[in-house]
Ligand binder design. Structure first.
Ligand SMILES: Cc1cc2nc3c(=O)[nH]c(=O)nc-3n(C[C@H](O)[C@H](O)[C@H](O)COP(=O)(O)OP(=O)(O)OC[C@H]3O[C@@H](n4cnc5c(N)ncnc54)[C@H](O)[C@@H]3O)c2cc1C
Length: 384
Protein backbone atom coordinates (compact mmCIF):
# COMPACT_ATOMS: atom_id res chain seq x y z
CA UNK A 1 0.00 0.00 0.00
CA UNK A 2 1.24 3.50 -0.85
CA UNK A 3 0.73 6.34 1.65
CA UNK A 4 0.10 9.99 0.78
CA UNK A 5 0.47 12.35 3.74
CA UNK A 6 -0.99 15.86 3.53
CA UNK A 7 0.09 18.19 6.36
CA UNK A 8 -2.39 21.01 6.99
CA UNK A 9 -6.18 20.99 6.67
CA UNK A 10 -6.64 24.56 5.44
CA UNK A 11 -7.66 25.63 1.92
CA UNK A 12 -4.78 23.93 0.09
CA UNK A 13 -4.57 20.77 2.22
CA UNK A 14 -8.31 19.99 2.21
CA UNK A 15 -8.51 20.62 -1.52
CA UNK A 16 -5.51 18.34 -2.23
CA UNK A 17 -6.83 15.51 -0.06
CA UNK A 18 -10.32 15.76 -1.53
CA UNK A 19 -9.03 15.86 -5.13
CA UNK A 20 -6.86 12.80 -4.39
CA UNK A 21 -9.77 10.93 -2.84
CA UNK A 22 -11.70 11.42 -6.09
CA UNK A 23 -8.87 10.77 -8.55
CA UNK A 24 -7.64 7.66 -6.70
CA UNK A 25 -11.02 6.41 -5.42
CA UNK A 26 -10.75 2.92 -6.92
CA UNK A 27 -7.26 2.38 -5.53
CA UNK A 28 -8.32 3.73 -2.12
CA UNK A 29 -11.28 1.32 -2.08
CA UNK A 30 -8.94 -1.55 -3.04
CA UNK A 31 -6.59 -0.61 -0.15
CA UNK A 32 -3.74 0.10 -2.57
CA UNK A 33 -3.54 3.76 -1.55
CA UNK A 34 -4.25 5.62 1.65
CA UNK A 35 -4.53 9.39 1.97
CA UNK A 36 -3.89 10.83 5.44
CA UNK A 37 -4.45 14.47 6.39
CA UNK A 38 -2.83 15.85 9.56
CA UNK A 39 -4.05 18.95 11.38
CA UNK A 40 -4.45 19.53 15.13
CA UNK A 41 -7.17 22.14 14.51
CA UNK A 42 -10.76 21.00 15.01
CA UNK A 43 -11.92 23.56 12.46
CA UNK A 44 -11.33 24.50 8.85
CA UNK A 45 -11.64 28.26 8.30
CA UNK A 46 -12.90 30.32 5.37
CA UNK A 47 -10.46 33.18 6.00
CA UNK A 48 -11.76 35.65 3.37
CA UNK A 49 -14.81 35.98 5.66
CA UNK A 50 -12.58 37.45 8.40
CA UNK A 51 -12.44 40.70 6.39
CA UNK A 52 -16.22 40.80 6.11
CA UNK A 53 -17.15 40.11 9.77
CA UNK A 54 -16.04 43.54 11.14
CA UNK A 55 -18.34 45.26 8.64
CA UNK A 56 -21.34 43.04 9.39
CA UNK A 57 -21.19 41.46 5.91
CA UNK A 58 -20.71 37.92 7.21
CA UNK A 59 -21.58 36.10 10.42
CA UNK A 60 -18.70 34.47 12.27
CA UNK A 61 -20.49 31.09 12.15
CA UNK A 62 -20.27 31.20 8.34
CA UNK A 63 -16.46 31.19 8.41
CA UNK A 64 -15.69 27.79 9.92
CA UNK A 65 -16.73 24.14 9.90
CA UNK A 66 -15.33 21.06 11.63
CA UNK A 67 -12.58 19.65 9.41
CA UNK A 68 -14.14 16.19 9.18
CA UNK A 69 -17.34 17.74 7.79
CA UNK A 70 -15.37 19.18 4.86
CA UNK A 71 -13.18 16.15 4.20
CA UNK A 72 -14.23 13.62 1.54
CA UNK A 73 -14.75 9.95 2.29
CA UNK A 74 -11.60 7.94 1.79
CA UNK A 75 -9.31 10.44 3.55
CA UNK A 76 -8.08 9.55 7.05
CA UNK A 77 -8.01 12.55 9.38
CA UNK A 78 -5.25 12.61 12.00
CA UNK A 79 -5.83 15.39 14.53
CA UNK A 80 -2.12 15.65 15.20
CA UNK A 81 0.47 18.40 15.00
CA UNK A 82 3.43 17.64 12.74
CA UNK A 83 6.64 18.45 14.62
CA UNK A 84 9.39 17.47 12.19
CA UNK A 85 9.68 16.29 8.59
CA UNK A 86 12.59 14.08 7.55
CA UNK A 87 12.63 14.51 3.76
CA UNK A 88 15.56 12.13 3.21
CA UNK A 89 13.90 9.27 5.11
CA UNK A 90 10.32 10.15 4.07
CA UNK A 91 8.86 10.42 7.55
CA UNK A 92 6.85 12.86 9.65
CA UNK A 93 7.08 13.00 13.44
CA UNK A 94 3.90 14.30 15.08
CA UNK A 95 2.92 14.93 18.71
CA UNK A 96 1.32 11.46 18.72
CA UNK A 97 3.45 9.26 16.48
CA UNK A 98 5.73 8.80 13.50
CA UNK A 99 4.51 8.17 9.93
CA UNK A 100 6.36 7.21 6.78
CA UNK A 101 5.07 8.29 3.40
CA UNK A 102 5.46 7.66 -0.32
CA UNK A 103 4.23 11.16 -1.19
CA UNK A 104 4.12 14.25 1.02
CA UNK A 105 2.16 17.48 0.52
CA UNK A 106 3.03 20.37 2.85
CA UNK A 107 0.12 22.81 3.19
CA UNK A 108 0.87 24.39 6.55
CA UNK A 109 0.05 27.97 5.54
CA UNK A 110 1.53 31.02 7.24
CA UNK A 111 1.86 31.89 10.93
CA UNK A 112 1.72 35.34 12.47
CA UNK A 113 4.96 36.48 14.10
CA UNK A 114 3.56 39.16 16.41
CA UNK A 115 6.87 39.41 18.28
CA UNK A 116 8.53 40.95 15.19
CA UNK A 117 6.75 44.28 15.88
CA UNK A 118 7.11 45.40 19.54
CA UNK A 119 3.79 46.73 20.86
CA UNK A 120 1.72 45.06 18.10
CA UNK A 121 -0.42 42.85 20.36
CA UNK A 122 -1.14 45.57 22.94
CA UNK A 123 -1.54 48.42 20.48
CA UNK A 124 -3.33 47.48 17.25
CA UNK A 125 -6.15 45.36 15.83
CA UNK A 126 -6.44 43.18 12.76
CA UNK A 127 -8.85 41.00 10.80
CA UNK A 128 -6.39 38.16 10.10
CA UNK A 129 -7.92 35.76 12.67
CA UNK A 130 -11.51 35.02 13.64
CA UNK A 131 -10.85 36.37 17.14
CA UNK A 132 -9.29 39.57 15.75
CA UNK A 133 -12.26 40.10 13.41
CA UNK A 134 -14.79 39.67 16.21
CA UNK A 135 -12.94 42.18 18.40
CA UNK A 136 -12.82 44.65 15.50
CA UNK A 137 -16.55 44.26 14.88
CA UNK A 138 -17.21 45.43 18.45
CA UNK A 139 -14.63 48.24 18.32
CA UNK A 140 -15.98 49.58 15.02
CA UNK A 141 -19.50 49.35 16.38
CA UNK A 142 -18.51 51.52 19.38
CA UNK A 143 -16.25 53.89 17.41
CA UNK A 144 -17.26 57.51 17.90
CA UNK A 145 -14.64 59.22 15.72
CA UNK A 146 -10.90 59.85 15.28
CA UNK A 147 -8.08 58.58 13.07
CA UNK A 148 -8.28 55.03 11.70
CA UNK A 149 -5.09 53.66 10.14
CA UNK A 150 -5.12 50.65 7.80
CA UNK A 151 -1.81 49.04 6.90
CA UNK A 152 0.45 46.01 6.90
CA UNK A 153 3.47 45.09 8.98
CA UNK A 154 5.60 43.69 6.16
CA UNK A 155 5.57 41.76 2.89
CA UNK A 156 4.41 39.12 2.15
CA UNK A 157 0.93 38.91 3.69
CA UNK A 158 -2.26 36.99 2.86
CA UNK A 159 -4.64 38.36 0.23
CA UNK A 160 -2.83 41.37 -1.25
CA UNK A 161 -6.00 43.49 -1.79
CA UNK A 162 -7.49 42.87 1.70
CA UNK A 163 -6.11 46.04 3.40
CA UNK A 164 -7.34 48.19 0.48
CA UNK A 165 -10.75 46.54 0.76
CA UNK A 166 -10.81 47.35 4.48
CA UNK A 167 -10.04 51.03 3.79
CA UNK A 168 -12.85 51.26 1.20
CA UNK A 169 -15.33 49.47 3.48
CA UNK A 170 -14.42 51.71 6.43
CA UNK A 171 -15.17 54.77 4.34
CA UNK A 172 -18.56 53.46 3.19
CA UNK A 173 -19.48 52.28 6.69
CA UNK A 174 -18.70 55.70 8.24
CA UNK A 175 -20.55 57.38 5.37
CA UNK A 176 -23.68 55.31 6.02
CA UNK A 177 -23.44 56.31 9.71
CA UNK A 178 -23.07 60.01 8.75
CA UNK A 179 -19.70 60.09 10.53
CA UNK A 180 -17.31 61.10 7.73
CA UNK A 181 -16.76 64.55 9.30
CA UNK A 182 -15.61 62.88 12.54
CA UNK A 183 -13.22 60.35 10.96
CA UNK A 184 -9.87 60.44 9.16
CA UNK A 185 -8.80 57.25 7.31
CA UNK A 186 -5.08 56.78 6.61
CA UNK A 187 -3.68 53.90 4.54
CA UNK A 188 -0.01 52.97 4.96
CA UNK A 189 2.05 50.68 2.71
CA UNK A 190 5.74 49.67 2.81
CA UNK A 191 6.20 50.38 -0.93
CA UNK A 192 6.07 53.62 -2.94
CA UNK A 193 2.61 52.48 -4.18
CA UNK A 194 -0.59 51.37 -2.37
CA UNK A 195 -0.52 47.96 -4.12
CA UNK A 196 2.38 46.02 -5.67
CA UNK A 197 0.99 46.46 -9.23
CA UNK A 198 1.20 50.05 -10.57
CA UNK A 199 -2.07 49.97 -12.54
CA UNK A 200 -4.08 48.68 -9.58
CA UNK A 201 -2.26 51.10 -7.27
CA UNK A 202 -3.22 54.04 -9.54
CA UNK A 203 -6.83 52.83 -9.64
CA UNK A 204 -6.93 52.58 -5.83
CA UNK A 205 -5.33 56.03 -5.45
CA UNK A 206 -8.14 57.42 -7.65
CA UNK A 207 -10.70 55.91 -5.27
CA UNK A 208 -8.74 57.27 -2.27
CA UNK A 209 -9.05 60.75 -3.77
CA UNK A 210 -12.79 60.31 -4.34
CA UNK A 211 -13.34 59.01 -0.80
CA UNK A 212 -10.89 61.32 0.99
CA UNK A 213 -8.62 58.49 2.19
CA UNK A 214 -5.05 59.64 2.88
CA UNK A 215 -2.02 57.49 2.06
CA UNK A 216 1.43 57.30 3.65
CA UNK A 217 3.76 55.36 1.34
CA UNK A 218 7.10 53.64 1.97
CA UNK A 219 6.02 53.27 5.60
CA UNK A 220 7.91 50.26 6.99
CA UNK A 221 6.48 49.54 10.44
CA UNK A 222 9.08 48.99 13.17
CA UNK A 223 7.08 49.26 16.39
CA UNK A 224 3.82 50.36 17.96
CA UNK A 225 3.70 52.70 20.96
CA UNK A 226 0.49 51.43 22.52
CA UNK A 227 0.44 54.16 25.21
CA UNK A 228 0.70 57.18 22.90
CA UNK A 229 -1.03 55.24 20.08
CA UNK A 230 1.64 55.88 17.48
CA UNK A 231 2.85 53.65 14.65
CA UNK A 232 6.62 54.14 14.26
CA UNK A 233 8.47 53.31 11.02
CA UNK A 234 12.09 52.19 10.66
CA UNK A 235 12.96 55.72 9.51
CA UNK A 236 11.41 57.18 12.70
CA UNK A 237 8.23 58.52 11.06
CA UNK A 238 5.23 58.48 13.45
CA UNK A 239 1.54 58.16 12.63
CA UNK A 240 -0.94 58.74 15.44
CA UNK A 241 -4.07 56.57 15.48
CA UNK A 242 -7.21 56.04 17.51
CA UNK A 243 -7.86 52.68 15.88
CA UNK A 244 -5.34 50.77 13.73
CA UNK A 245 -6.09 47.76 11.50
CA UNK A 246 -2.66 46.29 10.74
CA UNK A 247 -1.93 42.95 9.04
CA UNK A 248 0.49 41.08 11.33
CA UNK A 249 3.97 39.98 10.17
CA UNK A 250 3.77 36.60 8.36
CA UNK A 251 6.26 33.69 8.42
CA UNK A 252 6.16 30.03 7.43
CA UNK A 253 5.14 27.35 9.94
CA UNK A 254 7.33 26.45 12.95
CA UNK A 255 7.31 22.93 11.48
CA UNK A 256 9.40 24.16 8.56
CA UNK A 257 11.83 25.91 10.90
CA UNK A 258 12.17 22.71 12.98
CA UNK A 259 12.69 20.58 9.86
CA UNK A 260 15.53 22.76 8.60
CA UNK A 261 14.66 23.16 4.90
CA UNK A 262 12.91 26.54 4.85
CA UNK A 263 14.34 29.89 3.80
CA UNK A 264 15.16 32.65 6.30
CA UNK A 265 11.42 33.31 6.84
CA UNK A 266 10.53 29.59 7.02
CA UNK A 267 8.86 29.51 3.58
CA UNK A 268 9.38 26.23 1.70
CA UNK A 269 11.53 26.49 -1.46
CA UNK A 270 9.70 24.79 -4.35
CA UNK A 271 9.97 24.38 -8.11
CA UNK A 272 7.61 27.01 -9.54
CA UNK A 273 6.08 24.58 -12.08
CA UNK A 274 6.07 21.14 -10.41
CA UNK A 275 5.70 22.46 -6.83
CA UNK A 276 8.24 19.85 -5.68
CA UNK A 277 10.15 20.79 -2.55
CA UNK A 278 13.60 21.65 -3.94
CA UNK A 279 15.54 18.41 -4.40
CA UNK A 280 12.68 16.00 -3.49
CA UNK A 281 10.53 14.42 -6.21
CA UNK A 282 8.04 12.86 -3.81
CA UNK A 283 7.51 15.94 -1.62
CA UNK A 284 5.43 18.99 -2.58
CA UNK A 285 4.46 22.25 -0.94
CA UNK A 286 1.49 24.44 -1.83
CA UNK A 287 -0.43 27.52 -0.74
CA UNK A 288 0.85 30.12 1.68
CA UNK A 289 3.65 27.80 2.86
CA UNK A 290 5.80 28.19 -0.28
CA UNK A 291 8.45 30.76 -1.18
CA UNK A 292 6.86 31.41 -4.60
CA UNK A 293 6.46 35.02 -5.71
CA UNK A 294 2.70 34.59 -6.14
CA UNK A 295 -0.12 35.93 -4.02
CA UNK A 296 -0.72 34.20 -0.68
CA UNK A 297 -4.32 33.46 -1.64
CA UNK A 298 -6.87 30.67 -1.42
CA UNK A 299 -7.27 30.80 -5.21
CA UNK A 300 -3.54 30.03 -5.55
CA UNK A 301 -3.66 27.27 -2.91
CA UNK A 302 -6.59 25.63 -4.71
CA UNK A 303 -4.99 25.87 -8.18
CA UNK A 304 -1.81 24.36 -6.75
CA UNK A 305 -3.79 21.59 -5.02
CA UNK A 306 -5.18 20.55 -8.42
CA UNK A 307 -1.65 20.46 -9.90
CA UNK A 308 -0.14 18.42 -7.05
CA UNK A 309 -3.03 15.94 -6.82
CA UNK A 310 -2.85 15.47 -10.61
CA UNK A 311 0.92 14.89 -10.53
CA UNK A 312 0.65 12.33 -7.73
CA UNK A 313 -2.28 10.53 -9.41
CA UNK A 314 -0.52 10.56 -12.80
CA UNK A 315 2.56 8.91 -11.30
CA UNK A 316 0.55 6.36 -9.31
CA UNK A 317 -1.32 5.50 -12.52
CA UNK A 318 2.03 4.77 -14.20
CA UNK A 319 2.52 7.94 -16.27
CA UNK A 320 5.18 10.64 -16.21
CA UNK A 321 3.53 13.55 -14.35
CA UNK A 322 2.64 16.26 -16.84
CA UNK A 323 0.47 18.78 -15.01
CA UNK A 324 2.35 22.00 -14.26
CA UNK A 325 1.43 25.08 -12.24
CA UNK A 326 1.22 28.22 -14.41
CA UNK A 327 1.13 30.73 -11.54
CA UNK A 328 -2.66 31.21 -11.74
CA UNK A 329 -4.42 33.10 -9.01
CA UNK A 330 -7.08 35.74 -8.61
CA UNK A 331 -9.13 37.79 -6.21
CA UNK A 332 -12.31 39.81 -6.07
CA UNK A 333 -11.46 43.19 -4.53
CA UNK A 334 -14.28 45.01 -2.73
CA UNK A 335 -14.08 48.72 -3.55
CA UNK A 336 -17.01 49.80 -1.40
CA UNK A 337 -20.47 48.64 -0.36
CA UNK A 338 -22.06 47.21 -3.53
CA UNK A 339 -18.90 47.38 -5.68
CA UNK A 340 -15.95 45.12 -6.43
CA UNK A 341 -13.39 44.56 -9.16
CA UNK A 342 -11.54 41.41 -10.19
CA UNK A 343 -7.81 40.73 -10.42
CA UNK A 344 -6.26 37.64 -12.02
CA UNK A 345 -2.71 36.77 -13.00
CA UNK A 346 -0.29 34.00 -13.90
CA UNK A 347 3.46 33.67 -14.55
CA UNK A 348 3.14 35.05 -18.10
CA UNK A 349 0.57 37.74 -17.48
CA UNK A 350 0.89 40.86 -15.36
CA UNK A 351 -2.33 41.20 -13.33
CA UNK A 352 -5.47 41.48 -15.46
CA UNK A 353 -7.71 43.99 -13.79
CA UNK A 354 -11.46 44.11 -14.45
CA UNK A 355 -13.14 47.35 -13.38
CA UNK A 356 -15.77 47.68 -10.67
CA UNK A 357 -19.04 45.80 -11.10
CA UNK A 358 -22.02 45.22 -8.86
CA UNK A 359 -22.00 41.52 -9.83
CA UNK A 360 -18.40 41.06 -8.56
CA UNK A 361 -19.48 42.35 -5.15
CA UNK A 362 -22.24 39.80 -4.83
CA UNK A 363 -19.98 37.08 -6.19
CA UNK A 364 -17.50 37.92 -3.41
CA UNK A 365 -20.21 37.69 -0.75
CA UNK A 366 -21.81 34.47 -2.04
CA UNK A 367 -18.41 32.88 -2.71
CA UNK A 368 -18.57 31.65 0.88
CA UNK A 369 -21.38 29.25 -0.13
CA UNK A 370 -19.51 28.22 -3.29
CA UNK A 371 -16.43 27.58 -1.16
CA UNK A 372 -18.11 25.24 1.32
CA UNK A 373 -20.13 23.36 -1.28
CA UNK A 374 -17.70 23.19 -4.19
CA UNK A 375 -14.12 24.48 -3.77
CA UNK A 376 -13.26 22.84 -0.43
CA UNK A 377 -15.04 19.63 -1.41
CA UNK A 378 -13.16 19.57 -4.74
CA UNK A 379 -16.37 18.69 -6.59
CA UNK A 380 -14.82 19.92 -9.84
CA UNK A 381 -12.24 17.14 -9.59
CA UNK A 382 -13.75 15.44 -12.64
CA UNK A 383 -12.81 18.34 -14.89
CA UNK A 384 -9.88 19.92 -13.04
C1 LIG B 1 -8.56 38.47 5.98
C2 LIG B 1 -8.23 37.53 4.87
C3 LIG B 1 -8.85 37.69 3.64
C4 LIG B 1 -8.55 36.83 2.59
N1 LIG B 1 -9.20 36.99 1.40
C5 LIG B 1 -8.92 36.17 0.37
C6 LIG B 1 -9.61 36.30 -0.87
O1 LIG B 1 -10.49 37.16 -1.04
N2 LIG B 1 -9.27 35.46 -1.88
C7 LIG B 1 -8.31 34.49 -1.73
O2 LIG B 1 -8.05 33.74 -2.68
N3 LIG B 1 -7.63 34.34 -0.55
C8 LIG B 1 -7.92 35.14 0.49
N4 LIG B 1 -7.26 34.99 1.69
C9 LIG B 1 -6.10 34.08 1.79
C10 LIG B 1 -6.47 32.61 2.00
O3 LIG B 1 -7.35 32.44 3.08
C11 LIG B 1 -5.18 31.83 2.24
O4 LIG B 1 -4.25 32.17 1.24
C12 LIG B 1 -5.44 30.33 2.19
O5 LIG B 1 -6.21 29.96 3.31
C13 LIG B 1 -4.12 29.56 2.16
O6 LIG B 1 -4.36 28.19 2.24
P1 LIG B 1 -3.27 27.23 2.91
O7 LIG B 1 -3.83 25.86 2.83
O8 LIG B 1 -1.95 27.50 2.32
O9 LIG B 1 -3.16 27.71 4.43
P2 LIG B 1 -4.30 27.74 5.54
O10 LIG B 1 -5.65 27.77 4.93
O11 LIG B 1 -3.94 28.85 6.46
O12 LIG B 1 -4.16 26.34 6.29
C14 LIG B 1 -3.00 25.95 6.96
C15 LIG B 1 -3.37 24.77 7.85
O13 LIG B 1 -2.17 24.14 8.29
C16 LIG B 1 -2.35 23.73 9.63
N5 LIG B 1 -1.02 23.56 10.23
C17 LIG B 1 -0.07 24.51 10.45
N6 LIG B 1 1.00 23.96 11.03
C18 LIG B 1 0.74 22.63 11.17
C19 LIG B 1 1.46 21.53 11.72
N7 LIG B 1 2.67 21.69 12.26
N8 LIG B 1 0.90 20.29 11.68
C20 LIG B 1 -0.34 20.11 11.13
N9 LIG B 1 -1.08 21.12 10.62
C21 LIG B 1 -0.54 22.37 10.65
C22 LIG B 1 -3.18 24.85 10.25
O14 LIG B 1 -3.85 24.41 11.43
C23 LIG B 1 -4.14 25.19 9.11
O15 LIG B 1 -5.34 24.46 9.21
C24 LIG B 1 -7.58 35.80 2.78
C25 LIG B 1 -6.98 35.63 4.03
C26 LIG B 1 -7.30 36.47 5.07
C27 LIG B 1 -6.65 36.26 6.42
Amino acid sequence: MKTIVVIGGGSGGISTANHLSYKLRDKIKANEIRVMLMDPSKYHYYQPGFLEIPFGLMKKEETYKEIDKVLAQGVTLLQEKALKIDLANRSVQTDKGKYTYDYLVIATGARYDYSAIPGFVEGVDHFYTLEGSNTLRKKLNDFKGGTVVVGISSMPYKCTPAPLEAAFLLHDMFKSRNMLDKVKIIYTYPMPMVFPDKRISDFALGLFKEKGIESVLDFKLKEVDSKSRDLISISGEKIHYDLALIAPPHRGSELIAASGFGDQSDWVPVDKFTLNVTGYKNAFAIGDATNLQVSKAGSVADAEAVVVSNRIAEEIDGYNPETLYDGSGGALMITGIGKASMISSNYNLSPVFMPERYSFYWLKLIYNKVYWNMTAKAVLSEVA
